[in-house]
Design a protein around this ligand. Structure first.
Ligand code: ADP
Ligand code: ADP
Length: 225
C-alpha cells in the first residue's frame, strides 16, 4: 500500500501559491527528497504532511487514511527541524522522552525507549547531559532521537543538517541513511542542496514555484534548461 499520498494539494498565502496542485505517492520505506530553491514550497509541503499547515485544496493520505482535520500529535509523523530546538532546561533523556510521557507511557518504558533511541543515534549513555553540554552534531542527533523514539510511520526532516559544518553534515547524512535503512522508515527530507538529495534519496521530487517539476531517481535527474 502507498505509505503517503498527496493529491493535488494546494496552499495559498494571500496571492502566493506556496504549494500549487502537488501530487505524490510514496512507497513504504522510500527515502524522498523534496529539492528546490528557497521559497519553492518545500517546507510548506512538509508542514502540511505533519499537520502544522492545512491545505486549501486537495488531500493528504497516510496508509490510505485522510489526514484532513487530524492534528499533528495524532498523525503517525514526526518532524526534525533545521535548528534542533531542544529544550535547554531539560536533560537529553527529558527531551527525548517528553513525547512518550504525553502519551502516558509508564516511566520504565520511557527509560528503555529513550536508551534505545540514544543507542540508535550513537549517543548511548548521554541521558543526563544538558543540550548546552553537547556539540552541534550531538544536539542534532538528539533531535533525531526525539523523533525516532515516537516510532513514526513517516519521518519528516526540514533541512536538518544545514546549520552544521560541511564535514559534520556528511557524517550525519551517512548516519541518517544507515538508520533509515535499518528501520525501513519512510522518510521525506527537504533540502535545497542537490548533492545532498542525490546522496540520500531513492527518488528526488524537484519543486519550482510551488509545483512539482520532475520526480526522478538520483541518477536520472536532469538540469533545468
Ligand atoms: P521553501 O521551504 O522551499 O523555502 P516555503 O514553503 O517556506 O518554501 O515558502 C513557499 C512560499 O510561501 C514562499 O513564497 C514563502 O514566502 C511563502 N510562505 C511560506 N509560509 C508563509 C506564511 N506563513 N505566510 C505567508 N507566506 C508564507
Ligand atoms: P483524550 O485525552 O483526548 O481523551 P485519550 O487519552 O482518550 O485522548 O487518547 C486517545 C488515543 O490517542 C489513545 O490511543 C492515546 O494513546 C492517544 N493519544 C493521546 N494523547 C496523545 C498524544 N499527545 N500523541 C499521540 N497519541 C496520543
Amino acid at each position: 500500500m502507498t505509505a503517503l499520498a498527496l493529491r493535488t494539494v494546494t496552499r495559498r498565502f494571500g496571492q502566493t501559491r506556496a504549494v500549487d496542485g502537488v501530487s505524490l505517492e510514496v512507497d513504504p520505506g522510500e527515502f524522498i527528497c523534496l529539492l528546490g530553491p528557497s521559497g519553492c514550497g518545500k517546507s510548506t509541503a512538509l508542514r502540511m504532511i505533519a499537520g502544522f499547515e492545512t491545505p486549501d485544496d486537495g488531500d493528504i493520505l497516510i496508509d490510505g487514511a485522510s489526514m484532513l482535520g487530524v492534528p499533528p500529535n495524532r498523525r503517525p509523523t514526526s518532524m526534525v527541524f533545521q535548528s534542533h530546538a531542544l529544550w535547554s532546561h531539560m536533560t537529553v533523556a527529558g527531551n527525548i522522552g517528553f513525547g512518550l510521557k504525553l502519551r502516558r507511557l509508564p516511566a520504565r518504558e520511557v527509560t528503555d525507549k529513550v536508551a534505545a533511541a540514544l543507542e540508535l543515534v550513537g549517543l548511548a549513555g548521554f541521558e543526563k547531559r544538558y543540550p548546552a553540554q553537547l556539540s552541534g552534531g550531538q544536539q542534532q542527533r538528539v533531535a533525531l532521537a526525539r523523533s525516532l523514539v515516537l516510532q513514526p510511520k513517516i519521518l519528516l526532516l526540514d533541512e536538518p543538517f544545514s546549520s552544521l559544518d560541511a564535514h559534520l553534515r556528511l557524517r550525519l547524512r551517512d548516519e541518517l541513511k544507515a538508520i533509515q535503512r535499518r528501520l525501513g522508515l519512510t522518510t521525506i527530507f527537504v533540502t535545497h542542496d542537490q548533492e545532498e538529495a542525490m546522496a540520500l534519496a531513492n527518488r528526488i521530487v524537484v519543486m519550482n514555484r510551488g509545483a512539482v517539476e520532475q520526480i526522478a531517481a538520483p541518477g536520472t535527474l536532469y538540469d533545468r534548461p
